[in-house]
Design a protein around this ligand. Sequence first.
Ligand SMILES: [Zn+2]
Length: 71
Amino acid sequence: MYSDGRRCELPGTDVDHVIPHSLGGSDDLSNLALTCTYHHRVKSSSEGGTAAALTRKSVHRKPPTHPALDD
Ligand SMILES: [Zn+2]
């Protein structure tokens, strides 16, 4: 489904996890949906970013000091 409400008209060739494994989704039929390869990739890549963001630790580094200003 596009954001404007239209449905994708490409044939469903991939099985997509509605709630991805990385977020606790199961392999139950209720969590699976047919999608075209293109939309599966788009969804999966956005979820990969989400999953990575959930596990990524926030790292705060001191800003580097300019070598000429070191003392
Ligand atoms: Zn599609």
